[in-house]
Design a protein around this ligand. Structure first.
Ligand SMILES: NC(=O)c1ccc[n+]([C@@H]2O[C@H](COP(=O)([O-])OP(=O)(O)OC[C@H]3O[C@@H](n4cnc5c(N)ncnc54)[C@H](OP(=O)(O)O)[C@@H]3O)[C@@H](O)[C@H]2O)c1
Length: 402
């Protein structure tokens, strides 16, 4: 078998991780032919002749068969990936924001141009979930796919819940360890998790939903009072993603913190680990767990895609092909805990019903059901409201019968 020449765009955390795993594994016949980066003044760990600042040098090189896109700019990444596909290259990417935003186009482009686009590393880093959804679960009746899809927020929640560390210190520590972005909103407000959920939903149920139509909120407004509420009841907080069937022909999805009990498989998923729980009609419940970020774990997932290309693998988008006729809905009720300080902040919420209320001197909370479609409408507003929301344990998302 001839050695595949790779054009690598991006040589940061994941690019260097890929280079490391590629040069330390024996089996695969692939080599990095050229690397495109952005900053001309940065010191590089490899010889200068390997680098270029022009992506076209890679895309136009006929000896390069595969472009590996590992940059941190989703808009530039989309342009580069599309250009590479038009040039007849197969592409491997880890860019979840780019994929979630353009998935429909990118699926169509693969068919139209006859090239392959693989992206296992984009969702939950080293956990091999996309190819499993495509191949292993191709004929399963999936009911729900859920889990912890963001390592930084899980690291922060672990520190807060198990060590009693305050939120700000835990966030700083996550940033110092390289788990969180410099602008941590992407992680802690649930956007990174949202993009992964959109990708996973497409491969689980064949439905592509625009990220802006899906509710996401995170842990950015978590207070010590909310944490105390969890601790008093032996619960932990996890930033949970979920996509599930609602009845026969609908599905819904969201990203929201959840209080979890010790018997929940997510309870012991700590620190920067991610987990995916697949609930299926026949196989029942299965848990995948692994590192969701980091150079080597993510690089290993990219390497696995490159290896898959060597035997001609491509996603069949099988659930889409099966035309499951599921439509996305936010007409659903979710039971939440809402921690707040100022009564005025409650005005943004329209509770369907209320089962408990507490009013203390410095903190209050309300527990009840809200409509998911109402939450989607206020998701931007929630980014600046000092309220913390979490799904109550042992509660299901319920379809609203109109
Ligand atoms: N970090 C993780 O653990 C992880 C996990 C899963 C998925 N991902 C995804 O993997 C991708 C890369 O993340 P990362 O953490 O490796 O990012 P990073 O460490 O910030 O590195 C980004 C790299 O991209 C290069 N770059 C940026 N814009 C470019 C452009 N227009 N043209 C050419 N090169 C450009 C940078 O060049 P310079 O070196 O010149 O600055 C740098 O080498 C992102 O999509 C991220 O969401 C990351």
């Amino acid at each position: 078998m001839e050695t595949i020449r790779l054009g690598l765009i991006g040589f940061g955390c994941v690019g260097q991780g890929l280079y490391h795993v590629l040069t330390h594994t024996g089996g695969i016949k692939a080599e990095v032919a050229r690397i495109c980066v952005k900053n001309r003044n940065k010191q590089r760990s490899l010889p200068a002749e390997l680098f270029t600042f022009e992506a076209q040098d890679l895309i136009n090189d006929p000896t390069i068969k595969v472009i590996v896109e590992l940059i941190d700019d989703a808009d530039a990444a989309y342009d580069l990936v599309v250009a590479a596909m038009h040039a007849g290259k197969d592409v491997v990417t880890a860019n979840k924001k780019m994929l979630a935003t353009h998935l429909t186009d990118l699926i169509a482009l693969q068919h139209q141009l006859g090239v392959k686009l693989l992206y296992e590393a984009s969702s939950c880093g080293s956990i091999p979930i996309i190819r499993n959804l495509e191949e292993y679960y191709d004929n399963e009746l999936l009911q729900r796919v859920s889990g912890i899809f963001n390592g930084s927020s899980n690291y922060i929640l672990t520190k807060v819940c198990t060590e009693g560390m305050d939120y700000a210190t835990a966030l700083k520590q996550a940033q110092d360890l390289g788990f969180a972005e410099t602008d941590p909103t992407l992680d802690v407000a649930g956007f990174d998790a949202l993009y992964k959920l959109v990708i996973i939903a497409a491969h689980s149920f064949g439905v592509v939903v625009a990220p802006e139509e899906v509710f996401n909120t995170g842990i950015q407004a978590l207070t010590a009072y909310d944490q105390a509420f969890a601790a008093q009841q032996g619960l932990k907080l996890k930033l949970q993603c979920q996509v599930m069937r609602l009845g026969e022909d609908q599905l819904t999805m969201l990203v929201m913190p959840a209080f979890v009990k010790p018997d929940n498989p997510l309870f012991n998923v700590e620190f920067e680990y991610n987990a995916v729980v697949v609930q299926a009609a026949f196989a029942d419940r299965q848990l995948f767990m692994g590192k969701g970020a980091g150079g080597n774990p993510t690089g290993a997932a990219v390497l696995s895609d490159i290896s898959a290309l060597t035997y001609g693998y491509q996603y069949g988008y099988k659930k889409q092909q099966q035309a499951l006729k599921l439509s996305y809905t936010t007409q659903a009720l979710i039971t939440i805990y809402l921690g707040y300080q100022d009564e005025a902040d409650l005005q943004a919420f329209d509770f369907w019903d209320v089962t408990a209320r507490y009013q203390g001197q410095d903190h209050a909370y309300i527990i009840g059901r809200v409509k998911l479609q109402d939450l989607v409408k206020i998701k931007d507003q929630l980014l600046t409201l000092p309220v913390f929301m979490a799904q109550m344990p042992d509660t299901d998302i319920e379809a609203i019968q109109l």
